[in-house]
Design a protein around this ligand. Structure first.
Ligand SMILES: Cc1cc2nc3c(=O)[nH]c(=O)nc-3n(C[C@H](O)[C@H](O)[C@H](O)COP(=O)(O)O)c2cc1C
Length: 315
């Protein structure tokens, strides 16, 4: 078990924030398959404060996914504070501050990983969010701006001093993006530097690997991103099924949750195809299945296709 501020999680495995993927249906699925906590896609503080429809859509939540962490991004302390205040009415269990996203559209405005170059502004943002939030606040960091400047220990100490309840750390620098390998040594060092929980993140592919990383680094929890796509079983000791029928059960449940929790499932057809295709990777005939998924034109035909694939495999 791990405790973040006043919140106790059932276990030490957390679904990472994944823009375009960690929406409500996928978060519920990951909770059902064993994740102790899921983080939303990043939410723009400006979008929230100016009531932009695309941003407000990201705030959808429900009882069965609780606890949930809402992730905010932005670079203006006042707007971040105002956004956190507005989030209160959506009852987040945790508010997470994004200081790790390397995407240009985010960093060119000084937000995400760019904050790792400006500890003064980062501190003001943390202060503003902690002052407004009615729940524990966490921060998601990278190891530093680049390999010559590994400054995350300084950021971690500052975060703890400003009332942050836990630190998540992706063991890569901003300039690395997703290249190279995540540095779990720095995660272990940060754990030894501060007293609040540290959540390690980067390159975990299986449940066993997550447990090993926690044991070796001494960190309190592991956050899993890419390996969870098409693979909610990663949160479970049993790992991904090796049979088509086993994998189809997960894929069908995912579609079922989309149907239940999306205002217009048809609108999600294009975006879910890529995610759905990932369920079948590693299985015999997976590229043919992915091709068939991409060729579907509607939500109904996507649902029908999974049914057909299931029947074909039993005849
Ligand atoms: C498609 C995609 C979207 C992501 N979106 C976010 C995001 O919204 N906020 C964030 O802090 N990190 C985001 N990340 C980074 C992940 O949360 C995570 O830190 C990174 O993928 C490393 O973990 P992994 O090796 O387990 O994937 C994203 C990564 C990917 C691949």
């Amino acid at each position: 078990m791990i405790t973040i501020g006043s919140l106790s999680l059932q276990n030490r495995l957390i679904l990472a924030p994944l823009a375009g993927y960690s929406n409500l249906p996928f978060r519920i699925l990951c909770r059902e398959y064993g994740a102790g906590l899921c983080v939303t896609e990043m939410i723009s503080c400006h979008g929230l404060v100016y009531n932009q429809a695309n941003t407000l859509r990201l705030l959808a939540s429900c009882c069965s996914e609780r606890p949930v962490s809402f992730q905010l991004f932005g670079s203006d302390p006042a707007v971040m504070g105002e956004a956190a205040a507005r989030l209160n009415s959506f009852s987040p269990d945790i508010i997470d501050i994004n200081m790790g996203c390397p995407v240009k559209k985010v960093t060119k405005r000084g937000a995400g990983a760019a904050l790792m170059t400006d500890i003064v502004n980062a501190e003001q943002i943390i202060r503003a969010v902690v002052a407004s939030a009615r729940c524990p606040v966490t921060v998601k960091l990278r190891s530093g701006p680049d390999l010559r400047t590994i400054n995350v220990k300084e950021f971690a100490r500052m975060s703890e001093a400003q009332g942050i309840a836990a630190v998540a750390l992706h063991g890569r620098t901003w300039s690395q993006g997703f290249s190279g390998a995540a540095d779990w040594q720095i995660i272990a060092e940060v754990k030894r530097t501060i007293s609040i929980p540290v959540i390690g993140n980067g390159d975990i592919c299986t449940y066993a690997e997550a447990m090993q990383r926690i044991a070796q680094s001494g960190c309190d929890a592991a956050m899993i991103g890419r390996a969870a796509l098409g693979n909610p079983w990663v949160f479970n000791p049993g790992d991904k099924p090796k049979t088509l029928q086993g994998v189809l059960r997960g894929a069908n449940r995912h579609l079922c949750l989309i149907e239940q929790y999306s205002a217009n499932p048809g609108q999600t057809t294009a975006s879910i195809k890529n995610h759905l295709g990932r369920y079948f990777s590693g299985l015999r005939g997976s590229s043919a299945i992915r091709k068939r998924i991409y060729e579907t034109k509607s939500w109904e035909s996507l649902q029908g296709l999974l049914h057909t694939i299931s029947q074909e495999s039993t005849t």
